[in-house]
Write a protein that binds this ligand. Structure first.
Ligand code: BG6
Length: 491
């Protein structure tokens, strides 16, 4: 039997595995990006057969890269024939020994490497990692030998201290070189383009600083509530779920200095440097909210506290806005307003740079207040990069209006836009760590939020309510106004 790549998804019956990981692996397979010989082995507690797992997985696979139905159906059948399932308890060495036996039967030799994806809840993370190690599944390969790599998902602890402790415990099982800390936002197409936009074009970088930029607004919002993840979310809240990771990655890519090269190490060095230049968030610069019921839609929208699995007195924030600063030569004095929330007025992930006013308005008779130029990088939905400029409306008189120079991905590029997990899983297989979080980067991101989170939790006050489907709590605009910011909606 020839050397095989084994991809083991620990937590295979969960939402992440079903909705994201297996479809991403199929997309890689459909594009012939997986090695010729590979096996995908799901591991979870729920008893299932290979056949039932395949049937369930088939429902989630899509034909984005191979739209011809017959071709896609054949590819799916071939992919599913390479998917298997092993049942067992996560913390059990014996269960992982069973997994090892099954891997040996399926793959013969693992010359193609062994990728473990730990798609499991934080509470069982460490026990699972230890059991994997005890079963001898995580070997440190010598050069040329088959490799073992382990992908781990956030939350990486609850604060700096617990994150450091988790890292120290995990280091007993996997060495840092084997560990891939994933933040799926780094796999998003538009965010990967950000460094290209900034550093492969001459026109942006000269303006990308405090002299020309008035403020930076980074937003992530969803129009849905907590869904089926009540237990996890209520324990962690929105700052730990989204702000400390996805938003800080967006901030780092926006604010970092040019790296010495495009190598993983150089990029991550600059991201760490810029995160370390963000002073710890002051509790008064953090506005929190929790969604309340709204009457919109059939049957209305429930309050967070009325969602299944959420304690009726929960003080967990579902919305957060923070006013951050980047204390360096490039950004001193520029407010970075970052906000994220669930059950808001629509899905959006975007970065907006608003530029300073033109020093003298020549067109005061046509437009007394020139709105500022803006550059918006819309990560999702409807990926786009656009510049708001003031333009003359065609006609015989002088009428000025803001217009957009718009690069809309959907119309500009015929290519399929890859899902973040496709990009990231392929990188793990290739051993490219550029888009994964380094330990010092994680520590720097925690340092920004540690003190504010502890201060808020010591008060255990209920966050300000906001109606489901709104823009967030009143505290959002108040925080912005205290720092002289007006929050116009982002297009
Ligand atoms: C996850 C968070 O990391 O990202 C979720 O845990 C959130 O709460 C999700 O919904 C959003 O990801 P995306 O790619 O759908 O924007």
């Amino acid at each position: 039997m020839s050397a095989q790549l084994a991809i083991i998804i620990v937590g295979a019956s969960g939402d992440l595995a079903q909705r994201k990981l297996l479809p991403a692996l199929f997309s890689l397979y459909a594009q012939k990006l997986l090695p010729a010989e590979f096996r995908v082995v799901g591991f979870a507690r729920t008893p299932r057969t290979d056949e039932s797992v395949r049937a369930r997985t088939a429902e989630k696979l899509t034909c984005r890269y191979t739209p011809e139905p017959q071709v896609c159906a054949e590819l799916m059948a071939r992919f599913l024939a390479r998917c298997h399932y092993v049942v067992g308890d996560y913390g059990s060495r014996d269960a992982f020994l069973d997994l090892a036996d099954r891997l040996r039967q399926l793959t013969g030799s693992l010359g193609g490497g062994c990728l473990f994806y730990l798609a499991i809840p934080p509470a069982i993370f460490l026990d699972t990692a230890r059991a994997l190690g005890d079963a001898g599944l995580v070997s440190c390969a010598a050069p040329g030998d088959p490799w073992t790599r382990v992908v781990i998902e956030k939350p990486f602890g609850r604060d700096r201290a617990s994150s450091d402790q988790l890292a120290a415990e995990l280091a007993r099982v996997f060495i840092d070189e084997q560990t891939y800390r994933i933040d799926h936002y780094l796999g998003k197409e538009v965010l990967q383009n950000l460094l290209v936009l900034r550093f492969a074009n001459r026109i942006f970088e000269p303006l990308w600083n405090r002299t020309y930029v008035r403020d930076v607004h980074i937003v992530w919002k969803e129009d849905l509530g907590v869904g089926t993840r009540a237990g996890y979310f209520d324990d962690y809240g929105i700052v730990r779920d989204v702000m400390q990771n996805h938003l800080m990655q967006m901030l780092a890519l926006t604010a970092m200095e040019p790296p010495a090269s495009f190598a993983a190490q150089a990029i991550r060095n600059e991201k760490v440097r810029v995160l370390q230049a963000v002073p710890p968030l002051r509790p008064e610069d953090l506005a929190l909210g929790q969604y309340a019921a709204a009457e919109r839609g059939v049957g209305g929208r429930p309050a967070y506290r009325a969602e299944p699995g959420i304690p009726p007195g929960s003080c967990t924030a579902t919305y957060a806005a923070a006013m951050l600063r980047v204390e360096n030569e490039r950004w001193r004095g520029v407010p970075f307003f970052v906000e994220c929330g669930k059950a808001l007025d629509g899905p959006l992930a975007a970065i907006r740079l608003r530029f300073r006013d033109v020093p003298a308005n020549l067109f005061v008779n046509a437009l007394p207040n020139l709105p500022p130029n803006e550059l918006v990088i819309r990560v999702q939905p409807d990926e786009a990069i656009f510049y708001r400029v003031i333009n003359k409306v065609p006609g015989l008189n002088l009428r000025l209006e803001p217009s957009e120079l718009n690069l809309r991905y959907r119309t500009a590029f015929p290519e399929v836009i890859p899902e973040a997990y496709e990009t990231l899983l392929l990188d793990v297989i290739k051993g490219d760590k550029s888009l994964f979080i380094r330990a010092d980067e994680l520590a720097a991101a925690w340092d920004i939020f540690d003190a504010a989170l502890h201060a808020v939790e010591a008060q255990s006050e209920a966050p300000e309510p906001y109606p489901y489907g709104s823009r967030g709590p009143a505290g959002r605009a108040q925080l912005a106004a205290r720092h002289g910011l007006e929050l116009e909606p982002m297009a």
